[in-house]
Design a protein around this ligand. Sequence first.
Ligand SMILES: [Zn+2]
Ligand SMILES: [Zn+2]
Length: 107
Amino acid sequence: MAVAKIRSTHTIGRYALGVDWQDGHDSIMPFVHLRAHCPCEACDAERAAERMPGSRAVQLEGLDAIGDESVFLRWDDGHETLYLVDEMRALCRCAHCIGEPERPITG
Ligand SMILES: [Zn+2]
Ligand SMILES: [Zn+2]
């Protein structure tokens, strides 16, 4: 089973998180996108009510890796998000990830 691993992260301006993955992939993940897909129960409820969690201008205040498997994000609206690294990788919207969502991971 392939498990995504993060090599490093960096912020891109004031709008996105850049993620370098150990398999050589690079992701640019807008804060709005990461915030809107927060997997917590409160945000699930927002989405169920067809509201987007967070605001369009949300900023990332901090990021902590928790072991190899999870990432903890703190937002300037006071919210906190815990992503499994695999969940975060699944949010990548680059041409490669969008274009070949069913591509099997081999090797
Ligand atoms: Zn949330
Ligand atoms: Zn991608």
